[in-house]
Design a protein around this ligand. Structure first.
Ligand SMILES: NC(=O)c1ccc[n+]([C@@H]2O[C@H](COP(=O)([O-])OP(=O)(O)OC[C@H]3O[C@@H](n4cnc5c(N)ncnc54)[C@H](O)[C@@H]3O)[C@@H](O)[C@H]2O)c1
Length: 337
């Protein structure tokens, strides 16, 4: 590990100071430091200093770089192969990580599984509705996330067989029919909370105990994690609650090196959204195309986010490029401001 740290400390220091360095460590401190300072990047005349004291200006800067790298490498999940390649610029390099994706059989969850698999990650999909004729990227088990016993048994059996997960993406979710605070069906409210909130928390409950440092959790929240909706009280309440769970879990799990974040998609034209638009047509008087155009017009970019946009944000929040980000809700909505 020390060789890798040396390499990273050197690279960070060189990038920041335009100085070529050789650093030797004892424990976590610089004991030997050679530098060649470029007078300018074009003109490679150098000033050469040998064995600078660790208390010199350069020595102190190198120690700071090293401390920074140490912090990042315990909080982030940079695996040693990735560090050795120095490929921090490639967000897709999730490599041999293992993810659990709930709701991964369809819609946004399925798009996220596809992108994760493209990055080399393996994993398990849990979904209430599994189509046996479909070929999924990863093994897929039919489980309802509100059935705690089935959820626990499935997760624990998979961990025993294949090892711990170091990534969780909680995409299982439902959107109820339109309602208001007077005509609301309280069973529907409880069901919405049970899937969107309790299902997410229950999944964390059984995945987290074996998660190694550097693991990540990403929940699919919604714009309704911070905005109300006159027709979707139950949904907005459940997605606000998801954000509360994300922030609280981020605080509890941060010291264990596990990051917890959420994405907030704006409207994304998944099958589920299109069929909701269709069924609301009687009330809104809008065709599917008109309703989508109306939503697009509300965005700064004049376009809705796509499943790929959401997947890219999940990859970012699951990768080392977001190593200092936890407890956050990232809006991916084309700018619904
Ligand atoms: N599509 C959008 O516009 C949009 C916007 C904001 C947030 N979201 C959120 O993204 C997530 C996915 O939405 P989508 O549009 O892809 O919907 P979707 O219906 O296509 O996908 C949801 C998946 O979750 C599964 N699921 C539902 N209840 C489950 C349960 N109890 N146990 C296990 N699996 C269950 C479904 O079978 C389905 O495969 C949801 O949490 C949704 O609230 C979607």
């Amino acid at each position: 590990m020390n060789n890798l740290l040396e390499m990273f400390a050197q690279r960070t220091f060189e990038r920041n100071t335009n100085t070529k360095v050789r650093i030797a460590f004892k424990g976590s401190h610089v004991v030997q430091f050679r530098s060649e300072t470029y007078v300018s990047t074009c003109d490679k005349r150098t000033r050469f200093a040998d064995e600078l004291s660790p208390t010199s200006r350069e020595g102190r800067a190198a120690n700071r770089s090293t401390a920074f790298i140490r912090r990042r490498s315990t909080v982030g999940e940079m695996d040693e192969a990735e560090e050795a390649r120095g490929s921090t610029a490639v967000p897709a390099a999730l490599g041999p990580r293992r993810f659990l994706v709930t709701g991964g059989a369809r819609g946004l969850g399925a798009a996220i599984v596809k992108r994760l698999a493209e990055t080399g990650a393996s994993g398990l999909i849990l979904d209430r509705a599994v189509d046996p004729s479909e070929s999924y990227a990863w093994p897929t088990v039919a489980v309802d996330v509100t059935n705690e016993t089935a959820l626990r048994e499935t997760i624990q059996a998979d961990i025993e067989k294949n090892g711990p997960f170091n990534g969780l993406v909680a995409a299982a979710g439902i959107v109820p029919e339109w309602h208001d605070p007077v005509n609301i069906d309280l069973e529907m409210l409880n069901r919405t909370l049970a899937v969107n909130l309790t299902g997410f928390v229950a999944t964390m409950k059984y995945v987290v105990p074996t998660m190694p440092r550097g693991s990540t959790i990403v929940a699919i929240g919604s714009l309704n994690s911070w905005r109300g909706d006159p027709n979707l009280l139950a949904y907005a309440a459940s997605k606000h609650a998801v954000l509360g769970a994300v922030r609280s879990a981020a605080l509890s799990l941060g010291p264990r090196g596990i990051r917890v974040n959420a994405v907030a998609p704006g409207p994304v034209a998944t099958e589920a959204l299109l069929s909701r638009i269709e069924s609301r047509g009687e009330v809104t008087g809008l065709s599917q195309a008109e309703a989508l155009r109306a939503s697009e017009k509300l965005t700064a970019l004049g376009a809705l986010a796509t499943p790929d946009d959401i997947s890219n944000a999940v990859i970012f929040l699951s990768g080392s490029q977001s190593a200092a980000i936890t407890g956050q809700l990232l809006a991916i909505d084309g700018g619904l401001l």
